[in-house]
Structure formats: C-alpha cells, structure tokens
Design a protein around this ligand. Structure first.
Ligand SMILES: [Zn+2]
Length: 484
C-alpha cells in the first residue's frame, strides 16, 4: 500500500490549501504539479489529496510517486527566508524611526558560528573580506558580519532604482559572499509587519488582522479616508494602515494578492518579555534564558507544526505535539549562549513559515523594562518555611507539602505566574477510600477561580494536585494524607 499523500491542493483562486483545511468538494481542488483535479480524502485515520480517478491513465505527474511527494514535502520545509538568502536577495523594509520619520532599510544575514570551521579564526577571515555597495547610504564593514551580530542592517537610499551589495572573501565565508540585490521602491509595493519594521512582499502574502501595512502609491487616496495615514517619502507617497475589517475593501483594491484570509497560524513568543508577534525581528535576551513560543492554528484545524532550522539542514526538524483543533501548542527552547539561532515554525503541508530569531544579549534594552515575573511561567507555592517556584519548563516541577499543612493557607500560598489567559488543566488525585475521586479535573484560565474547590479537595483526601499548562508541561504538588 502506498502512503502517497499530496500535501496541498490549489483552490479555484490558486490558493494553496493544506489537506487539513480542505473541504469535501469534488472537481474543486487542482494538483499543483499537473493542474488536474484532486479529490480530498478526509478519513479519521488519514487525510490526503489524490488525483481524481482515471486522470493518471492519460498523463504523468511527478506527484504520482512517493519520491515526488516526499520531495515536495521537503521543499515546503525550506523557509522563504532561507530561499531568499540562497538567491542573495536583500530583505527590504520600511519602518518609522523614533523621531517619526520613515526609513527604508535592508537586512542581510550575519555569519553563524555553525558555518565557521573550528580551526578558522573568524576575525582573520573577515579581514580578507571586501565590500562594494550601490544605493546603500552607509555601506557595512566586514566586522558587521561577525557571528556576534544578529543581522546586518543596510541604510537604503529611497531614491535609488536598485541596490547591490557585493561581498567577496574566503571560501569559508560562503554563506555571505556573493552579490546581494533588491529593487528600488515602486508604485504598488507592499510592506507588511509593524510600524517600525514592515517587510516588502512580492505577491500572494497573507496578512493578519492588526498587522501594519505600508503601500507605495503614486496616487494616494484622499485624506478623508480616516483609517489610513499618508506620508510623503522620497519621490513617492506611502499609505500606512492597520489591517482590519475596515481596511478589507481597501486591501482588495490596492493590495494585489494581499489577503487576511488564509493567514494560517500565529507564532508568538510568550517568554521571555513579550515581543511584537507580527515581527520577525531578532529577540534579544540573556544567554540560556528559557524561550516559550506559542503556536496557534486557525479555528477547527489541528495541523502538524514543525520547527525547522535556518538553514534547514543545520539541525533535525522537530515536530510539535498536537493539542487539538484551534488550540495553542508550545515550543520550548532557550536563547543560545553565543551567536544567533534562527528557526522557522512551519505548518506541515503548507508553505507557511514564521521566523523566530533568538540572539543573546546581556544588556538587553528589551527586557530592562519588564518585570522578572513576566519572564517566568509556573506555580509559586509556600509551606511554613519555604517558598518554591515550580516550573513546567525547567525544574523543579514538583513539591511535597509537609504533613499537617493547613490547606486554607493555599488562598495566599499558591500563585500562578505567567502569561494571562493561558489555559490550565487542574487534576486532583485522591487517596484510596477518600470520599471524592479517584480523580477530578477542571479547565481554568485563573487558578484563583477554583482555589476554594482545591482546598475542599485537599481536605477530602486529595494527595496529588497536578497543574497542566496547556501544551507546555505540568507541575505537581503532593499533600501527604494521614501519614506520619
Ligand atoms: Zn498531478
């Protein structure tokens, strides 16, 4: 039996639809390779697209073999970021500066430690690098590419027709050498992200509600359109607005290929300090600080998400456990101790990717302003003597309360620490012969809502309280019952 399963089909608009999001429609989805109709087979055990019966008798399609399908699934894992870097394309951004002015800038990657052989000295290698730039106001110098830098920012002259950054140097620096290019601002260009960092997309990009959009326009709308800001920028006009229901018709009219439908999923950095979820800017935090990324699919779908390295072959691809349709799931990692780490959260069977870029920084301005509490997740619990912090990410994750502990103290001694509105499952296990049990469970978003009930459970023979942090992990508290 073949395990053949075409990962996505094209709907009549040509939108790639992962099998998990397909509707039971015949003569609707088409094969991305041969263009013939596909039939979505949606069973409880397996879901897959197959060529409509008879189609393959007349034509041949690369997706009719396991190898062809596997190659497509593997190709989908390569993030748009990696692909762009392979093609030596300068990622291009518009953003508002602190003083309110707008700037156009480019991003190219710095070196990764992984790419430098152990017997090579990176400073010596960089001394042999030569850089030539066109259209770039302050060209970078070789040391900007050192692995201790998260990325390299290029100030782009907004009146230039095109930009070029020629980097030549030793073979060992092959990940950055070559000619990096991008084109100048053009009428119709779309930039999506947030006000300080919006990236230019060529076409067919999904925008999420609340994302900031800049549209380059020669004939901007009249100022009475209240939900847009119009800026004069170099020799063009920029229309800036936040994507919402209100701007939907506006997006239809001006934003070719940009749509709020089919956005797919969110990947938000929950810990440490909350960063803007719509931006793939580097996240700076102290080395080895735990990082928690929440991944939320669209309602009603439960796709598989995987963590893919950038570049893809640098590390194994890791699958994130499913948590049910529409539910958030979590990926835990940490800030690297030295140099950047970039991963892409990828929805399998789709080309949707979200970049997470972690970079160590001892004196991070991003976290200074944040309470240490907002960088942790867990339960704080106190007995007569000790106050402990139980963490579902890094130990300890359990505590045994002293014999004779007065459960009424839990009102003040048990406290949840972490992001608001995280779903918790509280499971009480009871001693044999207790009047309640053997187990009781509750789903809550605030542990204080059920603390009186928890106290009643402990009084009624509960000997273990487990608190599950949806998709992240669990902590437990033991209450010795009637033991001496
Ligand atoms: Zn086909």
């Amino acid at each position: 039996m073949s395990k053949l399963s075409i990962p996505f089909g094209l709907d009549p608009e040509g939108t790639k639809t992962p099998i998990e999001e397909a509707q039971r429609k015949s003569d609707y989805y088409r094969c991305p390779e041969c263009g013939e109709f596909l039939t979505p087979r949606i069973g409880t055990q397996r879901q897959y697209f197959a060529h409509k019966q008879g189609v393959l008798e007349d034509i041949s399609c690369s997706l009719s073999s396991d190898e062809g399908v596997e190659k497509m699934i593997e190709d989908l894992r390569t993030s748009d970021i990696e692909e762009g870097e392979r093609e030596r394309s300068i990622r291009t951004y518009l953003g508002q500066r602190h003083d309110g002015g707008i700037e156009l800038f480019g991003i190219v990657p710095s070196l990764d430690w992984d790419q430098i052989q152990e017997d090579e000295d990176v400073d010596t290698l960089l001394e042999n690098v030569e850089i030539e730039a066109t259209g770039i106001t302050h060209p970078p110098v070789p040391s900007n590419f050192h692995p201790s830098e998260a990325e390299v920012t290029l100030d782009l002259d907004p009146t230039a027709d095109s930009y070029e950054l020629q980097i030549s140097g030793p073979d060992a620096l092959g990940s950055i050498t070559g000619t990096w290019t991008t084109s100048g601002l053009q009428h119709g260009d779309l930039f999506v992200g947030d006000e300080t960092r919006a990236q230019r997309y060529n076409s067919d990009h999904q925008v999420r509600k609340d994302m900031w959009v800049y549209l380059v326009s020669k004939n901007p709308p009249k100022s009475e359109v209240s939900f847009v800001d119009v800026y004069d920028f170099a020799d063009v006009s920029l229309v800036g607005f936040r994507a919402s229901e209100k701007t939907e018709p506006f997006l239809d009219r001006y934003g070719g290929g940009l749509s709020t439908e089919n956005y797919g999923f969110d990947a938000d950095v929950v810990l440490p300090a909350h960063t803007n979820p719509t931006v793939e800017a580097p996240l700076y935090a102290p080395p080895e600080e735990p990082v928690l990324v929440g991944v939320t699919p669209s309602e009603e779908v439960d796709p598989i998400f995987e963590v893919v390295s950038i570049p893809k072959d640098a590390n194994e691809t890791v699958e994130i456990d499913r948590t049910g349709a529409g539910n958030p799931r979590y990926y835990t990692t940490e800030i690297p101790s030295d140099g950047s780490r970039r991963v892409s959260i990828h929805q399998r069977n789709s080309d949707r990717h979200r970049l997470i870029h972690l970079h160590p920084s001892e004196e991070s301005t991003f976290i200074d302003a944040t309470e240490p509490e907002s960088r942790r997740i867990g339960i704080e619990i106190q007995d007569e003597e000790h106050r402990d912090f139980l963490s579902p990410i890094e130990g300890p994750s359990s505590k045994r309360m002293p014999v004779g502990f007065n459960p009424h103290l839990l009102h003040t001694n048990l406290e949840y620490v972490g992001p608001e509105d995280l779903e918790l499952e509280v499971i009480a296990t009871f001693a044999e012969g207790a009047s309640l049990g053997p187990t009781i469970s509750r789903d809550v978003t605030a542990i204080s809502d059920i603390i009186s009930e928890v106290i009643h459970w402990v009084e009624s023979g509960c000997n273990e309280l487990e608190i599950r942090f949806n998709g992240i992990g669990a902590v437990s508290i033991c209450f010795p019952q009637g033991e001496q």
